[in-house]
Structures are given as structure tokens and as C-alpha cells.
Ligand binder design. Structure first.
Ligand code: SF4
Length: 220
């Protein structure tokens, strides 16, 4: 069931992250699907949502080029919460090289992100009513107006950003309060964590595609 975009309520901006998730669970039920990038926001959302809905469903986009620390965080979260995170993937690195040549991420990062992130995301969201992301407004100018609940026009479903108005400090306070597993790369200067070839240490999203104009991979 996909709900019409005009039914997006306008008063959600006043709600806390927990209340936004409660609303999403009540409204979308099992049609709600949570994207996990294994950055610090994923730890918060997973804990918060499972307190509300123990059967909540999670997925990740495994590009095959994630940091070992990211894979370890994935395992740690599954262990801590007893959940199994669904996986969506693009072609293997070898297959991509055979089809498009070596190191596509250097020559054409947009095409690489399309293959490894955008297409797998479309598969993940093909049969759901709404997805949840860890996007926060302070992460970048391009995200500064992200609503807590919006209509994702590209996919024809709703998108929930429960942490939209959270600061970095809010995120860390929550993680420490509940002693949640989190990606250790954050302690080594990585404000944001993506693929190994395209992520460097840096505040906020500064370290993502740091040597190019690129700021987003195309999923948001
Ligand atoms: S972030 Fe880099 S390596 Fe990862 S999918 Fe995009 S271009 Fe490819």
C-alpha cells in the first residue's frame, strides 16, 4: 500500500525522534524499512526503533568497498540487538571491472555510485511504503532543510528522517547513554563514513569525495 503524498502531515516537525518513529510504525507497519549505513546515526535509530517495534526491518547497501570497521560495526549491531539486516548489493568489484574497467570510482564516481548504491536502493525500496534514513540537517548545506517526514518523489514512497534536527552532540549523548556499538572510525576523525576509496577523515561530510565536487551519492 502506498499512501498519497498529500497525506504527509505537516505537524511532525514538532515531534521528537521517538515520536516520529512511533508515528511511522503506526502508519506504515511492516511497510517501513530502515536504511543502515553503520555510521553513528544507524546505532541510534536501530536502538530507538526496536524499543518501539521489536519486529522493525532493516537493510543495508553493501558496496563491497566498505571499511573493515564498518563491517565490524554491522556485526556488532546485529549481535547486540539480535536482528538480521537485509543486504542489497551491486556487482562485485571483479564484475564491475569486467564490465566498466578498473577503478570506476576514480573515472566516473557517479556511475559507480549508481551501480553500487542507487540501483541496490531501488531494489530495496521496491515494495515498501516508507524508508527511514539517518540524515541530519547539520551534516551539509544540501541537507539543511530536510523534513522529518517527506514524500520521496523518485521512489513514490515516504521517507522518514527522525534525526533531522539532531546535532552531533545529541547523537553522541544517546550513543553513550545506552552504550551502543558504533563505528570506531568516528573516533579517528571520520565525521562521515562511506566507501574506502571515497572517504577521508574530516568534519561533517567534508571527507566524502574530498577531492571532487561531489557531495552526495544520489540516494538522498
Ligand atoms: S562512494 Fe565511491 S566507491 Fe562507493 S559507490 Fe560511490 S564512487 Fe563507488
Amino acid at each position: 500500500m502506498t499512501l498519497a503524498p498529500e497525506s504527509v502531515p505537516t505537524d511532525l516537525e514538532e515531534l521528537s525522534a521517538e515520536e516520529v518513529l512511533e508515528h511511522a510504525v503506526e502508519r506504515f507497519g511492516q511497510g517501513l524499512y530502515v536504511a543502515c549505513s553503520f555510521q553513528k546515526e544507524s546505532s541510534v535509530i536501530m536502538h530507538m526503533l526496536l524499543e518501539i517495534e521489536p519486529d522493525a526491518r532493516f537493510f543495508t547497501l553493501d558496496t563491497g568497498l566498505l571499511f573493515p570497521e564498518t563491517y565490524a560495526t554491522w556485526e556488532a549491531l546485529e549481535r547486540r540487538f539480535g536482528v538480521e539486516i537485509d543486504v542489497f548489493q551491486g556487482p562485485t568489484v571483479a564484475r564491475q571491472a569486467a564490465l566498466y574497467g578498473d577503478e570506476l570510482w576514480k573515472r566516473d564516481p557517479e556511475a559507480c555510485c549508481d551501480l553500487r548504491k542507487v540501483s541496490p536502493l531501488e531494489q530495496a525500496l521496491a515494495d515498501v511504503d516508507a524508508w527511514v534514513s539517518g540524515l541530519r540537517r547539520e551534516q551539509s548545506p544540501g541537507r539543511s532543510r530536510a523534513p522529518k517526514l517527506t514524500w520521496d518523489d523518485r521512489r513514490g514512497i515516504h521517507k522518514v528522517n527522525p534525526l533531522a534536527d539532531w546535532s552531533e552532540r545529541d547523537v553522541w549523548r544517546y550513543i553513550h547513554r545506552y552504550e551502543l556499538p558504533y563505528n570506531p572510525l568516528h573516533d579517528r576523525g571520520y565525521g562521515s563514513v562511506g566507501c574506502t576509496h571515497c572517504t577521508k577523515p574530516g568534519a561533517g561530510r567534508e571527507g566524502r569525495w574530498a577531492e571532487s565536487e561531489r557531495t552526495e551519492c544520489g540516494i538522498h
